[in-house]
Design a protein around this ligand. Structure first.
Ligand code: GLN
Length: 538
């Protein structure tokens, strides 16, 4: 191989939703704790170029990286576990692979050859897998292959893995994640689906080195022996992966099963130091032994599928631990909130978060929720569309602009307090064209936000087309809603606050993408803290 980077492929068998992302992130954490630099990549076999145009009901939240890539939510787990940012190179879809091959074909780069799945698509996959390795920053790249072995759409990926195993046999291994179902009627764990899944991989020319077996019950020695024997893996490479109380337990469970040790042996890498997971363990201890509890309402229109707000929910776990407190989230459907039920729906909450979103569905409920939080002095955090709703609510109910709106929903409205950004007006395509990724923001000294961050220049990730309309700024500030954070280059409003309220903050950016176990996000920490203060007052 052109460099010394080692590659670990993680495939899935038997069923989807086994948690390849969490296993990959946990393994990377253990390797990192031993002193290796590791990163994780996700290959998604669907044809969309990226998940940016996907409805959250399809695959949950769209995660955004610093470099503005709209990616799979697993990248959020990778960042939260490793505390290292990911980038566009960490998420590749079939759509992107084909787009790149077709562009090369149009440029004549294939010199008259017939362009085919093998070798052209598989070569492109192999190139994309090695981009991160070739950067020279990582000792180990873990590549998670989305989907389940046997899916038609995964075939080119498994073939690319087969070729890499053949070409670089000392530098690549395969971990296959499978399910050992428990048959209650028989009172037994069953290994047959795993045997078949491995057989399916073998038919494609891939022998897994390690099997990670998801199970609800203990895998005893006999079962491990049986799996090892039928699947051609050593007994210490049969790893039990039991259901955990929290995803943050998984690195420790994998350590107990010696997954990291087996991986390093198979890759011929020295084991270096015993993983130091002290910070991680103390996070878990606090997580499991909170001294208080606060109730925070999460108002959004996708609450039936909690994965739609994955990063927000995880940020509350991190911020809760930072406050030695358990944050109990009440998931509130914005579409169901009306003037008449708002008080009963939001009664008793210690804090209210209005979530990001697109389009008109549920927006009136979000605006009602802001009004309730503002009038009742309940700590409030509005994110992206949530911040825009806070602006609309203030315009309508404090500034008397009853016809205030965002031009996203009412293009002709009389008071367009949120309007389309100038650079967005000429854009026709929907995919990848929003204001995406990290931008700087300058905070006003002594604002809630500056106090939370304890600094005045920050950088946060964005994903939006509309913005606060600066034409109205003076009126807002005269009546008590202040722009406390702005982009130093463009003057775009990034943060609004109401100083005459215990804690009312709306942010145009997405703080949730940057919260990690080791670095809980300061804004979430401050919001939870304000909610605790509210709890005490009651
Ligand atoms: N729909 C709004 C916009 O495009 C907000 C987007 C969001 O909440 N991510 O500006």
């Amino acid at each position: 191989m052109s460099n010394s980077t080692k590659y670990i492929f993680v495939t899935g068998g038997v069923t989807s939703s086994l948690g390849k992302g969490i296993i990959s992130a946990s393994l990377a954490k253990l390797l990192q704790a031993r002193g290796y630099t590791a990163t994780i990549q996700k290959l998604d076999p669907y044809i969309n170029i990226d998940p940016g145009t996907l409805n959250p009901y399809e695959h949950g939240e769209c995660f955004v990286t610093d470099d503005g890539a709209e990616t799979d939510l697993d990248l959020g787990h990778y960042e939260r576990f490793l505390n290292v940012p990911t980038s566009q190179a960490n998420n590749v879809t079939t759509g992107r692979i084909y787009q790149s091959v077709i562009e090369k074909e149009r440029r004549g780069e294939f010199l008259g050859k017939t362009v085919q799945v093998i070798p052209h698509i598989t070569d492109e996959i192999k190139d994309k897998i090695q981009i991160l390795g070739k950067k020279g920053e990582f000792d180990i790249v873990i590549t998670e292959i989305g989907g389940t072995v046997g899916d038609i759409e995964s075939l080119p990926y498994v073939e690319a893995v087969r070729q890499m195993l053949w070409e670089y046999e000392n530098d690549c291994i395969v971990i296959h994640l499978t399910l050992i179902p428990y048959l209650a009627a028989a009172g037994e764990l069953k290994t047959k689906p795993t045997q078949h899944s491995v057989k399916q991989l073998l038919e494609l020319g891939v022998q897994p080195d390690i099997l990670c077996c998801r199970t609800e019950h203990e895998l005893d020695l006999n079962l491990r022996k049986k799996i090892a024997k039928f699947c051609n893996v050593s007994i210490n490479a049969v790893i039990e992966s039991r259901d955990a109380e929290t995803i943050y337990d998984v690195p420790l469970l994998m350590q107990a099963e010696e997954l990291d040790k087996v991986v390093l042996e198979k890759l011929n890498l020295p084991s270096k130091s015993i993983p130091n997971l002290d910070t991680w363990k103390s996070f878990l201890t606090t997580l499991k032994n909170p001294t208080k509890e606060v109730n925070i309402g999460l108002v959004g229109k996708y609450v039936e599928l909690k994965d739609s707000y994955k990063s927000i929910a995880e940020s509350f776990i991190h911020a809760g631990v930072a406050n030695q407190c358990r944050v109990k989230l009440k998931w509130i459907h914005s579409e169901k909130l009306t003037k008449s039920n708002i008080a009963s729906e939001l009664e008793g909450l210690d804090g209210i978060l209005v979530a990001p979103g697109f389009g008109s569905r549920g927006i009136s409920g979000k605006i009602e929720a802001v009004k309730f939080a503002r009038e009742n002095k309940v700590p409030f955090l509005g994110i992206c569309l949530g911040m825009q709703c806070a602006v609309i609510e203030f315009a309508r109910n404090v500034l008397g602009m009853t016809e205030a709106h965002t031009t996203e929903i009412d293009e002709q409205c009389k008071f367009p307090v949120i309007s389309m950004m100038e650079e967005q007006k000429s854009i026709a395509n929907l995919g990848g064209t929003m204001r995406l990724g990290s931008y700087k923001c300058k905070l006003k000294p002594n604002s809630n936000t500056a106090n939370a961050y304890n600094t005045e220049l920050i950088s946060e990730r964005h994903r939006h087309r509309y913005e606060f309309n600066n034409m109205f700024l003076e009126e807002f500030e005269n009546k008590g809603m202040m722009a406390t954070g702005t982009n130093p280059d463009t003057g775009l409003v990034e943060v609004v606050e109401i100083p005459d309220h215990p804690w009312f903050v709306g942010v145009q950016y997405h703080p949730e993408y940057k919260s990690t176990v080791e670095n809980p996000h300061p804004l979430f920490v401050a919001f939870v803290n304000a909610s605790i203060a509210n709890l005490k007052e009651k």
